[in-house]
Design a protein around this ligand. Structure first.
Ligand code: DAT
Ligand code: MG
Length: 138
């Protein structure tokens, strides 16, 4: 199996809460390689490209507002089956029901309707990973 790459984001809630190190520790403990890492303050155009698949959904505007609220840490991450593997580390989308032992399950809070505050993003397919890495790491 060839090594693959994925885009991981520590979202503004993770950065603001000082959880970047704890999240990176889990990623490194799993054996994935940090190829590149940077703090990014995205503008609306970058986020619209990143979240194009969600345009028009009810949570789209709150999601962009949240992602504009502070910097994210963008990580180019490599490893065998890292796309699937990181999403497994992250846990399911809603932090309230994400399994204990996952990043979202252990650190995510119940923010009521603010499901967008779920600490991390991970690409969901090789196509998404290539597209998203281009967007965040030009
Ligand atoms: P994931 O980040 O698990 O891949 P996604 O791609 O379906 O989830 O959605 C992107 C982000 O949008 C997600 O991390 C949080 C937010 N989101 C998704 N579904 C939502 C919902 N029903 N209500 C509020 N925010 C939502
Ligand atoms: Mg997604």
């Amino acid at each position: 199996m060839a090594t693959e790459e994925t885009l991981v984001l520590v979202k503004p809630d993770g950065v603001a809460r000082g959880l970047t190190g704890a999240i990176l520790a889990r990623i490194e403990a799993k054996g994935y390689a940090l190829v590149d890492i940077r703090l990014v303050e995205p503008d609306r155009d970058l986020l619209a490209a990143h979240y194009a698949e969600h345009e028009g959904k009810p949570f789209y505007e709150p999601l962009l507002e949240f992602m504009l609220s502070g910097p994210s840490v963008a990580i180019r991450l490599a490893g065998n089956r890292v796309i699937e593997g990181f999403r497994s580390l992250a846990g399911t989308t809603d932090p309230t029901t994400a399994a204990p032992g996952t990043i979202r399950g252990d650190f995510g809070r119940d923010w009521g309707l603010k499901v967008q505050q779920n600490l991390v993003h991970g690409s969901d397919s090789p196509e998404s990973a290539a597209r998203e890495l281009d967007i965040w790491f030009d």
